[in-house]
Design a protein around this ligand. Structure first.
Ligand code: NAP
Length: 263
């Protein structure tokens, strides 16, 4: 994908959660190559430091944080604030496969903490700062999973639905105020990352590359696009889900999920 524009003239610092692997690491590589200073976060300090060495120690800093913990989220925000960031990529998240009566309650509560609570806290705190400055970009990473109920991954799908609705609502509040702060929500289908392995499954649908996902998304985010769905297949699926009866959507969703293999 072509290198569309340089961010460095107006934007100088991006905070990226979940930067230690997958889509987050690609956002970091891309923004770093465009001259944006980076705050890389995650729990895996080694992976974050390796990425920092790869991108350039002088243009990155590492702030590790376990975002399943509320206090860590708030401390993380306070540390980031010193760098006066103007981009937040609210990306950390994970999934879990299995029937609702069988999956681990503690793992699901951790998922709700990372996928909803941490995204909510950081969205709010950074947005308040960005609104005061009347500039900046926030990208909340949801999933196409947020468009529909997801039997066999019900909690994950529900968490991503929250992120979509929250972002859409706040977008409207900002639009009505004429704010120059841009908020977007990324809703990819399968992307080839660590995601499936962490969720305990092998996917069967061909995913897009994290490089393509990140490049496509940054282009749309820069243009102020609210909903970012980086594949034609998923764009078509999102329309079909709105038109089909919910019973049919659940049946198809179950069939797709049951095609995944546990690892
Ligand atoms: N891959 C897909 O098919 C797909 C599709 C749609 C949406 N998404 C979404 O895309 C986002 C990125 O996922 P990915 O595909 O890049 O998967 P990934 O490679 O597994 O990356 C997930 C990132 O989240 C971080 N993370 C998880 N738990 C955390 C915690 N408690 N505290 C802080 N960071 C935490 C991980 O960092 P540490 O392990 O270092 O903490 C890691 O950097 C997620 O929100 C995911 O739901 C993925």
């Amino acid at each position: 994908m072509k290198k569309a524009f340089s961010y460095s003239r107006e934007l100088h610092c991006a905070v990226i959660t979940g930067a230690s692997s997958g889509i987050g690491a690609e956002f970091a590589r891309l923004l770093g190559s465009r001259g944006v200073y980076l705050i890389l976060s995650g729990r895996n300090e080694k992976a974050l430091n390796d990425l920092r060495a790869e991108i350039g120690r002088d243009i990155c800093t590492v702030i590790p944080a376990d975002l399943s913990d509320t206090k860590s989220c708030i401390d993380f925000f306070a540390k980031c604030r010193r760098y006066d960031p103007d981009i937040l990529i609210n990306n950390a998240g994970f999934g879990l496969y299995g029937e609702f009566t069988e999956t681990s309650l503690s793992k699901e509560l951790e998922m709700i903490d990372v996928n909803i609570k941490a995204v909510h806290i950081l969205f709010k705190l950074f947005l308040k700062d960005f609104t005061r400055k009347n500039r900046g970009y926030i990208l909340n990473v949801a999933s196409s999973a947020g468009f529909l109920p997801g039997p066999l991954m019900s909690t994950y799908y529900s968490t991503k639905s929250y992120v979509i609705r929250q972002t859409q609502a706040v977008y409207e509040e900002l639009r009505r105020k004429g704010s120059r702060v841009k908020v977007s929500v990324l809703c990819p289908g399968p992307v080839n990352t660590e995601f499936n392995a962490r969720a305990g499954i092998e996917g069967f649908m061909k995913g897009i590359s994290p490089e393509y996902c990140a490049a496509y998304t940054l282009d749309k985010m820069r243009k102020g696009r609210l909903m970012i769905v980086p594949s034609i297949k998923m764009q078509a699926a999102s329309v079909a889900v709105k038109l089909a009866p919910i019973g049919l959507v659940c049946c198809v969703s179950y069939a797709l999920q049951s095609g995944k293999k546990r690892i």
